[in-house]
Design a protein around this ligand. Structure first.
Ligand code: NAP
Length: 479
């Protein structure tokens, strides 16, 4: 079984304390590798290496950095089989989705590289003799990236693709459950020609090394994707040293299905999006408000879609959905289902842990649709991050809007109606970073993504995502 060290300064670097942690395949409970259990000394080593690498990396021309980034994207495509298999076995996700994750992430690297070439400063047209004001952009400095388990490469590339292109260096801490794909990616970047120390990876437990990574004096920015409570802790610690932060946090995204919607289309889109990656998906549909006149029709179409899912070990290619990654993530689906049952909700599909045979080896939860819900149930107000969907009837559009906005979260929202005026009114009124209307495609690289309220701070993707890794500097030039 393979043992992985930290990847620091272009080298496999054993942990100072000599300790390793097991990485488990969540489908069958078997150990697939071990990873270094980082501590404060490892954090210090990684960040010093990032600091040493920063000066020469930031001095390279944009064209040089961009050329390397395209090479890294090509290396991802050439190694897609290994990377996808790695994600599939550490996360327990069907392989098809893992291939798409690598393809989309390689495309995102290319996109960021091309957009970086178009970054510009400004010279205001002041017409003052002997003076010019130059407004330039510079890389922020060393960045700490902390990512969750659910899309280990996509969520990482959202950060490093922007940070490295503009001249920052990065020390990355992947999730304890899914660190292997990140370690392999760092090696590919190195082989593609990225200099030592530009992209380091330190592994271990977030609660053991997180504070040290965030409080350390070297990094100038923390970029984090994960749960809201961890994100808030990071923001507080980062504030002590005035570090920049980008936070992509939890979601509890609502969908509104109006009376005049294409009901079949809405049911199909919502079933796909709510249960993708077994619901371990930040901007999944978590709750649906369906107009009372189409509620029954919508429910039967939705349940028919969900009943087609096949849950199991993803080594069986006919399985559409795998297990939940660990006990902590599983517990939320279980507790929210029990809470809704106690409060009298109507379970249309699922609602329980799957047991027997392979199911006993992991945390498998049946895809679940719960009807007749209300806002005193956890499923309608708390993030699930699992394969459980709550549905509630509404009478008037105002009620639907109030219910949809009755949340501490604001990551995404979804609207289904054939009346485009109503769609625009709803899109403007819903408190969310992104709104999808009448269809749910994956978010595009050229559009900013991020949350409002307690779903986050800052944006990833698009030119705005690149700018988050730069600082503006003003030069008063007198001649
Ligand atoms: P999590 O517990 O917050 O973990 C995320 C990352 O933070 C992991 O690498 C984790 O390390 C690390 N971490 C844990 N404690 C830390 C600490 N005290 N200081 C610094 N880092 C720490 O999140 P999760 O429950 O695994 O992931 C699911 C959450 O991520 C959901 O809330 C989901 O909505 C959110 N998410 C948001 C987006 C978005 O774009 N808005 C995208 C995907 C996921 P360990 O793994 O070692 O604990």
């Amino acid at each position: 079984m393979q043992q992985f060290d930290h990847f620091i300064n272009g080298k496999n670097t054993p942990p100072e304390n000599g300790e390793y942690l097991a990485v488990i395949n969540p489908c069958n409970g078997q150990q697939i590798a071990s990873i270094a259990r980082g501590n404060g000394a490892d954090v210090d080593k990684a960040l010093k290496s990032s600091e040493d690498a920063f000066k020469p990396w930031s001095k390279k021309t944009m064209a040089e950095r961009v050329a390397l980034q395209h090479k890294a994207a090509d290396a991802m495509r050439s190694n897609i089989e290994d990377l996808a298999q790695t994600i599939s076995s550490e996360l327990g996700r069907p392989l098809e989705g893992c291939y798409r994750e690598i393809e989309r992430s390689a495309d995102l690297l290319d996109y960021y590289a091309e957009e970086a070439l178009r970054l510009k400063g400004e010279i205001p047209m002041m017409n003052v003799e002997g003076e010019k004001v130059l407004i330039i952009r510079q890389p922020i400095g060393v960045v700490v990236s902390i990512t969750p388990f659910n899309y280990p490469i996509t969520l990482l590339v959202l950060k490093i693709g922007a940070a490295l292109a503009v001249g920052c260096t990065v020390t990355s801490k992947p999730a304890e459950d899914t660190p292997l794909s990140t370690l392999k990616l760092a090696r590919l970047f190195h082989e593609a020609g990225f200099p030592h120390g530009v992209f380091n990876v330190i592994t271990g437990k977030g609660r053991e090394i997180g504070d040290e990574l965030v409080a350390h004096k070297i990094p100038r920015k923390i970029t984090f994707t994960g749960g809201t409570s961890v994100g808030q802790r990071i923001a507080k610690i980062a504030a002590d040293t005035n570090k920049r932060v980008t936070l992509e946090l939890g979601g509890q995204s609502p969908a509104i299905v109006c009376e005049d919607a294409d009901i079949a289309e809405a049911a199909k889109a919502i079933a796909k999006h709510a249960f993708a990656n077994s619901g371990q998906f930040c901007y999944r549909v978590n709750r649906v408000y369906a107009h009372q006149n189409i509620y029954d029709q919508f429910m039967s179409l939705l349940c028919a879609e969900v009943e087609q899912f096949k849950v199991g070990d993803v080594a069986d290619r006919s399985c559409t959905h795998g297990p939940l990654v660990n006990e902590k993530i599983f517990k939320t689906s279980d507790e929210q289902s029990k809470d809704a049952r106690l409060k009298g909700a109507d379970f249309k599909v699922g609602g329980h842990r799957l047991l027997g045979g392979i199911y006993d080896k992991g945390y498998y939860f049946a895809p679940t649709v719960i009807g007749n819900t209300s806002h005193d149930m956890q499923i309608m107000t708390e993030e699930t991050f699992g394969p459980v969907l709550g549905v509630m009837k509404f009478e008037s559009l105002d009620d639907a809007i109030n219910l949809a906005n009755d949340s501490i979260f604001g990551l995404a929202a979804y609207v289904f109606s054939k009346d485009i005026g109503k769609c625009i009114q709803l899109s403007e009124t819903l408190e969310a970073g992104s709104v999808w209307v009448n269809k749910i495609q994956r978010s595009y690289h050229l559009a900013p993504f991020g949350g409002v309220k307690q779903s986050g701070m800052g944006r990833e993707k698009s030119v705005h995502g690149l700018e988050e890794y730069t600082e503006l500097k003003t030069i008063y030039l007198n001649y």
